[in-house]
Structures are given as C-alpha cells and as structure tokens.
Design a protein. Structure first.
Length: 332
C-alpha cells in the first residue's frame, strides 16, 4: 500500500477542505543504517589504508636515514679524492716545469756552443785598430805563491759516523753531508746551526755553496742537481745517461760538476785553480784552468779524503771518510 494513502498516516487539518497523505520516515532506522556504513568504511580504513600509510611513512624515514648515512660516507671520500687530484696536479705541474727548465738550458747550451767562439777579445773595433780587453781582465786576482809545506790550522769533529762532504757558507760556517739524507750546517765551534733533508730522500752525492749563499747538491741516484734556498728545494736539472758526482761553484758563479768520474770531491779557488780529492791515494790534486798539474797536497795526515771546498781566504777544507774535517793552508 502506498504510505501516502495509509489511514494511519493521514492527518486531519481543519484548515483544509480535503485530507492530504504525508510521508513519515523512520529517522532512527535511517541513522542506524548510516552508522553501519560509516563503521564499515572505518573498518576498511583501519584494515587496508592505515597500514599502507604507516608502512609508507616508515619507508620514508628509513630512506632519510639511508640518505644521511650515504652523505656522511660521500663527504670524506669526496675530500680524499680532491686531495689526490691536487697532489696529481702539483706533480704534473712540477714535471712540466722541470721539462721547461731542461729545454731552456739545452737551448741556451746550444746557443753558447754556436756562438762561444765569438768573444770580445777576438773582436777588433772597426776603425780604431785595437782589441777590446777580455771580461774581468782588470779584476783578475794577483798570483799567490804556494807554501812549500801546507799547514793544518783547525780540526773539527762533527760526530758523523761517516762524513762525505763539506762546503763553506762563510769563513765561520760550513755545510756538511754524511751517511744519511740530511745536510747539516755547523759553525767552526761544532754547533749545529741548520739541517735540511734532500728532496728525494737519497744521500746527497756532493754539495757546494753558490755566490748568493744558496746550497747546491748533486743526487747521483736520481741524476739530479738541486738548489736549496731557505726552506725550498728546486731541482735545477735532471741528467740523462750521466750521474752527477762532485760539484762546486766557481769564482764566476758557474757550477763545475764531475759527471760519473772516479774523483769524489772538486772545488776551485780564487786563482781559478781546480782541486780534486783522491780517495784511494790519500791526497789532493791541484791543477790549473787548462788542466795542467801543479802539485799534490798529501801531508797533514790526510786519510781517505772525500769532499773539498775553500773559504774566502783560499783555505782548503777537506772531509775524511771517518768523520773529520781538516782545514789546510796551501797558499803563502
């Protein structure tokens, strides 16, 4: 039966001429039905959607932790890789600079060889009829006669087990080299003033002080000639096929180097004479600039002489293999 026409649902109205049928809804039943639907939906959320959400939230936190750990690992690795690249770049630059220096010296040597015969002494000024004087002719040191018997002035014990070489920084300070990689500066009182380690870590083969006070040393193991200036060590040249042995700085500030020779020590004095040490025969050879023999120094109790150098007064310093330095006067 249509509820609109049900007798129990018909309400009388005194204002109406006719009776109207009104629909009556059971609001309680409808509310209960909606509650059931809501409970079903809530159960579905708790059973299916919420666990997935919680799992997703947990995964996000795990990913954040993993990201943080990976970042902590990558940062030191990146820093380490950067340091390695810096070292590699520095080595490449140093090697390239060495190649440039070698090429420059080779080119200069070729030019010197090509034009070396063209000197001022051989050039006659056009129209004047006289020869120009040789460079340095006015400042040549006077000849000094040699002592008949050279005299021992000072003997210094450095404490080295084995002492190889010596070079005068001044009349009161000398550089020494021994059985290790350190080059040591002593005063004549035996006090250690400075110590420098070789660039390669090898034992220096020989050393000399140039006119500017820089220390030049040879390294026959890596075939290099090096300059110590302050705390810096510069590799001047690396030889190919030759081993640098003895080295000295001449009065004209050139380097005189023994290359793969049996002579162990070499130096020059203010007269331009060359002195070399004869280890096996326990003596010093003195020759002039043209290679002519002048004399031996074989007294003063020399034993296994190795390194040699002279000071500003042409006193000769000789190192002996067993650790002694002897100062010898050989000019009058």
């Amino acid at each position: 039966m249509d509820p609109r026409h049900s007798a129990q649902d018909v309400l009388g109205c005194t204002l109406c001429k006719t009776e109207l049928a009104l629909m009556h809804l059971d609001m309680f039943q409808e509310l209960e039905a909606k509650k059931g639907v809501m409970k079903k939906d809530l159960h579905e959320i708790e059973k299916s959607i919420l666990p997935k959400y919680e799992e997703a939230a947990s995964n996000i936190q795990i990913q954040k932790d993993d990201q943080r750990k990976n970042s902590q690992k990558l940062t030191p690795e990146l820093k380490k890789h950067g340091e390695a690249l810096h070292i590699e770049i520095d080595m490449i630059i140093e090697n390239k600079q060495t190649e440039i220096d070698v090429l420059c010296r080779e080119h200069n040597a070729a030019l010197d060889k090509q034009f070396g015969s063209l000197t001022l002494s051989s050039i006659e000024t056009e129209g004047q009829g006289y020869n120009l004087p040789s460079p340095g002719a006015e400042s040549s040191p006077p000849d000094r006669p040699l002592l008949n018997v050279p005299q021992l002035i000072t003997e210094l014990d450095t404490g080295y087990g084995i002492l190889y070489g010596v070079s005068c920084l001044s009349d009161n300070e000398i550089w020494t080299r021994g059985e290790n990689k350190n080059l040591k500066l002593y005063n004549l009182g035996g006090e250690l003033m400075k110590s420098v380690q070789t660039k390669s870590g090898n034992v220096a083969t020989d050393m000399a002080v140039d006119r500017s006070g820089g220390l030049v040393y040879t390294d026959c193991h890596d075939r290099s000639i090096n300059l110590v200036s302050g705390k810096q060590i510069q590799k001047l040249i690396t030889l190919r096929g030759w081993k640098p042995r003895g080295v000295c700085s001449t009065s004209s500030n050139d380097l005189l180097v023994v290359i793969d020779s049996d002579d162990l020590g070499i130096t020059t004095d203010s007269q331009g004479n060359i002195l070399t040490s004869d280890f096996d025969n326990h003596r010093i050879h003195i020759i002039d600039q043209d290679g002519h023999f002048l004399r031996y120094i074989e007294n003063s109790g020399l034993a296994t002489p190795w390194g040699v150098c002279v000071d500003s007064r042409d006193n000769l310093f000789v190192t002996e293999y067993r650790g002694k330095v002897k100062k010898i006067q050989y000019y009058q």
